[in-house]
Design a protein around this ligand. Sequence first.
Ligand SMILES: Nc1ncnc2c1ncn2[C@@H]1O[C@H](COP(=O)(O)OP(=O)(O)O)[C@@H](O)[C@H]1O
Ligand SMILES: [Mg+2]
Length: 437
Amino acid sequence: MSVADRILEQNPAESIAAECVAFVGDNQTHSVVASVLKEYFAEPLLRDGGPNQAIEYLAGTVPPALLIVDVSEAVSPQTAMLSLTAAVPEGTKVIGIGSINDIAVYREIVDSGASDYLVKPVTEKALASALNRTEESQHSHHQPDNAAEQKARIAVIGSRGGVGASTVALNIAWILSEERKYKTALVDLDLEFGTIALSLDLEPTRGLREALENPARVDGLFIASATAKLTEHLSIMATEENLTSEVQYNPNAVDALFEALGRINDTIVVDVPRSSYAVRRRVFEAATEIVLVTELSLGGLRDSLRLLRGIREVAPDTSLRVVANRAMGPKQAMQLKDFQKALEHKVDLVLPDEPKVFNAAANTGKPLAQTNTRAKVCKALRKFIGEFHLPEQEEDPDKSKAKAKGKVKMKRGSKAAEKKSAPAKKKLGLFGLFKKG
Ligand SMILES: Nc1ncnc2c1ncn2[C@@H]1O[C@H](COP(=O)(O)OP(=O)(O)O)[C@@H](O)[C@H]1O
Ligand SMILES: [Mg+2]
């Protein structure tokens, strides 16, 4: 009797395709996988075992849409994953679970055709987020090749530190994603001193530095693993590299990053650092909208002038808007009309100084546009965004979501599944420092 016949005989019911099949080796992973899968699939099949059991199973049945396999007991997890991905048809997504926490292993496994690789101890959040990514990557493969070209790439830079560039970038991203319903990626390219993760009270994401140093590594799956999904529509890439070694930015990586992010997002908002000329230049060249944030001061004027000149050299035709932030407060040292005259550029938006609402938002680790939608700054930003050139939106977002679902069907809409679709890791502790009592 062949292996297939034997399995068919032993498991007649399972010869009808299960949507998701998982083989895991230990109790802890077993219970996490069980609890997450039941939120996503009607009848998931969960078994004890590893790659050998999975291969045996595959030999005797219709392949599932999603296969999850614990390869931690294999001599070489990479080889085990390779034989698994070779054993399934193209339509089957494979997620590996292992105990080796190493980016090189992750890369090899993903290169071998797996959708994702999770390191033990696997948490419910990590697994839910891997399932969402797998669904998303399936969606991205159905998009036309030039899809990335049509996406809005909004570059935000400050004339100097503290003028509010990150604040503007964050709130633009929030309004685009949560109010306008664009799938949005917010990328903090300041790997060392960026404040996006901090202001969202988020655990910094991993992988951005590697992406910016090795453009060849940037692909859809790598991007997905390096972003934190803050909400259904907003993902964040923000890191806090240690300050003891030079980041070797490779400017080509910016294009690769935009390309890959554009495949799964409608808009990309970039918080651009002033530190690396090569990166700045590449971002401006690729941007569809450039926003220069400044304060109305002499220093702000000098640095706005210098940046404007630099931007015009590399992106002469791109729409460039100047935002005067924290006006009408102690930060305003110059009159608006004097500033505009000296800059020889109009100030497109004046944002008032609103320290109270901003401090309150900062204490909650949320964007102002979320905590105080009626703040003057938010109202002004909403109008400002209305002038951006943004991709056309599909008529019915629910319909398009259904279309994009593809083969790995996730049970959405159930409260538990919704909760699990926002797996961005909140950083514990730090924000407690600012909280009163
Ligand atoms: N319009 C505003 N009114 C009051 N405070 C603001 C305003 N815009 C930004 N801030 C605050 O200024 C500080 C610096 O902002 P940030 O966005 O980090 O600046 P940058 O990125 O330009 O260095 C933050 O604490 C932020 O909350
Ligand atoms: Mg900043």
